[in-house]
Design a protein around this ligand. Structure first.
Ligand code: SF4
Length: 90
């Protein structure tokens, strides 16, 4: 997930400290730097979403991602495409 992004972005929020995706699991929340096959992406995203379902700060995470219009990765259990659908059209 974007915990590293949150930290690097110096966001003054503490919800990320309780994120289920901290540590090695974070690799599932963003695509790899190399090409990713569709079925690999689907599997990776499913795995990340399953982690989000267990996360105590899912609501805060999703609110944050929507607020900053985070363009990449799984946040709050939603992909970038799914989050875009929740945003008002510009
Ligand atoms: S909701 Fe998902 S992406 Fe957000 S902090 Fe929790 S585990 Fe990470």
């Amino acid at each position: 997930m974007g915990v590293e992004t949150v930290v690097l972005g110096i966001i003054h929020e503490t919800w990320h400290l309780k994120a289920e995706c901290r540590g090695p699991e974070s690799i599932y929340f963003f695509p790899p730097n190399t090409a990713e096959r569709r079925e690999d992406r689907d599997q990776r995203e499913e795995h990340a979403k399953a982690i989000c379902l267990q996360c105590p700060v899912r609501r805060e995470c999703l609110d944050f991602a929507l607020r900053v219009r985070e363009p990449h990765g799984i946040w709050g259990g939603l992909t970038e495409t799914e989050r875009r659908r929740l945003l008002p059209s510009e």
